[in-house]
Design a protein around this ligand. Sequence first.
Ligand code: SF4
Ligand code: SF4
Length: 89
Amino acid sequence: MISGTVIIATEICKGCELCIASCPQESLGLSTSINRKGYRYATLLRNNCTGCVNCALVCPDSAITVYREIKSTKRQSQSAQPTVATQTA
Ligand code: SF4
Ligand code: SF4
């Protein structure tokens, strides 16, 4: 089983919402706060990210890094290996 999470560089984000539209899990939304440039920035709203990387691929400013973790099941080893998936420019 794979779960994911994202780290968003909020000071780079310009609030274009492309990542929000691309997320099949509807995990992302805009913050109620603004960054130093005056933009509402993207933020993770739900803890249901699958690590699909769609958001990072569409971000024009490379503001998103996706982390994936493969969780072990009863049939697998107990030591889960974290996998880092980042956007390529
Ligand atoms: S990695 Fe996929 S599921 Fe996770 S926030 Fe980005 S688009 Fe949504
Ligand atoms: S696609 Fe990038 S710049 Fe646009 S809202 Fe998402 S994180 Fe911000």
